[in-house]
Design a protein around this ligand. Structure first.
Ligand SMILES: [Zn+2]
Length: 276
């Protein structure tokens, strides 16, 4: 079976220094410390390999999971998230990641690095909250109601955007988002061309340049990495920022994009109610 890579999000990238790519990097550096099946805020052990000094994290995970579950939209969590995995690459870099449990994208694995768990309440840690909301954004935009499995290796026309997880349905959030923000000027073409670069270092250089050339259009450098990251970052800012007064800038347009969906506005209120 295909090995699924985590869609990870790194602290490093808050500094606008684009480093390793979340989707390109494999999980080679991530060690699994334990794995649970998840039902709402409850955990059941599937596999546990407590490593010395990490036993404590594993024991505390039930409490942490309750806190994490508490701040994310319940319906979405209950429907899609079926696994919790403790993954670590040591402090910083990877904080968390999500990946589908199989090719159907119906259920998802939530990976958390215990080395980066905030000491106090998670809601008081901005980076961690940002990461959780971002990761939930991937589940929201790449699950089986949004994407269908596909054998296609390249974009097949502009009607339906091809993600790493499959082909986006026409009306899916990500397809609508790509139609509005990526199929304009020559953005998707230059991005596609970057994707075909073989050298990882050159690719990162080009993505950085791509970001610098379109700085007004992205919330962070990380968002310029792909439409998948762009929608997850924009979703995160939609949750955390005020509703914009006008649509004069592309960033405002990106925030307003989410306000056309009632269910997403409801999720925003649900998350904000737990933070403030
Ligand atoms: Zn991401």
């Amino acid at each position: 079976m295909k090995n699924f890579a985590y869609l990870i999000f790194m602290v490093l990238l808050f500094t606008e220094c684009l480093s390793l790519n979340g989707q390109l990097e494999d999980d080679a550096d991530l060690e699994t410390l334990g794995k649970w099946s998840v039902q709402g805020n409850q955990l059941k052990v599937i596999a546990k390999q407590p490593v010395e000094n990490n036993t404590l994290y594993v024991q505390n995970m039930a409490d942490y999971w309750k806190q994490i579950y508490e701040v994310l939209p319940k319906k979405g969590m209950d429907k899609y998230v079926t696994e919790l995995e403790l993954i670590t690459d040591g402090p910083s870099e990877t904080l968390a990641g999500v990946k589908p449990t199989d090719e159907s994208n119906q259920t998802w694995n939530f990976g958390i690095d215990p080395a980066d768990l905030p000491k106090g309440k998670i809601t008081e840690n901005q980076d961690f909250m940002h990461t959780l909301i971002h990761e939930f954004g991937h589940v929201l935009t790449l699950n089986n109601t949004q994407i269908e499995p596909s054998e296609a290796e390249y974009q097949v026309g502009e009607d339906r955007y091809l993600t790493m997880e499959g082909l986006a349905f026409k009306k899916s959030y990500i397809n609508q988002f790509v139609q509005e923000f990526w199929y304009k000027e020559d953005r998707i073409e230059s991005w596609d061309e970057i994707q075909s670069i073989r050298s990882e270092r050159k690719k990162i250089d080009r993505i950085t340049l791509f970001y610098l050339n379109h700085k007004d259009a992205f919330f962070t450098a990380y968002a310029a990495e792909s439409p998948e990251e762009d929608i997850a970052e924009s979703w995160t800012y939609f949750i955390l920022k005020e509703r914009p007064q006008n649509d004069h800038t592309e960033l405002n347009k990106k925030l307003l994009f989410f306000y056309q969906y009632e269910e997403l506005v409801a999720m925003r209120s649900e998350i904000l109610a737990t933070i403030f």
